[in-house]
Design a protein around this ligand. Structure first.
Ligand code: DQA
Length: 145
């Protein structure tokens, strides 16, 4: 089964971006790990990252058309994008929300709201990049039922 892992703004600098919060794994390393974890679970994983909200919306609309399961770290858009809320609402295959940090425990109160969460089958936060592995496991398990 094909699964999309979609990462939003500023996650392309993973490994160099505030490593005390987001760790030292680069986006390329994360992408390779997701492909490997997916293969172990029988999933064909494709990982994409964008700093352009419309591009993410296009990917989510295509995922809705094709009923593709999605692992989504929408980064800062999570906290304020109504277009993202509407795009997630259209998904019928499992949607798993991932955050590397634990936004609800962070001091900026704007991080305490998620426009993805209402549409997600589950949210995995604060697990570092292992959260993506857990998200893929969740999708593999939900597809097995
Ligand atoms: C993040 C948390 C968001 O609050 C933040 O804007 C990000 C990354 C995370 O993975 O922990 O860019 O989604």
């Amino acid at each position: 089964t094909a699964v999309l892992v979609l990462n939003g703004p500023n996650l392309g600098r993973l490994g160099r971006r505030q490593p005390e919060i987001y760790g030292h794994t680069t986006h390329d390393e994360l992408a390779a790990a997701c492909v490997r974890w997916g293969a172990e679970l029988g999933l064909a994983v494709e990982v994409r990252q964008t700093n352009h909200e419309g591009e993410l919306l296009d990917w989510l609309n295509a995922a809705a058309d094709d009923a593709v399961p999605v692992v989504l770290n929408a980064a800062a858009w999570t906290h304020y994008s109504l277009a993202l809320y509407d795009a997630c609402a259209q998904l019928e295959a499992p949607l798993v929300e991932v955050h590397i940090s634990e936004p609800k425990q962070r001091p900026e109160t704007f991080r305490h709201t998620s426009y993805v969460e209402p549409h997600a089958a589950t949210t995995i936060s604060g697990q570092g990049v292992d959260g993506y592995r857990q998200a893929l496991e969740f999708i593999a398990a939900s597809l097995a039922h």
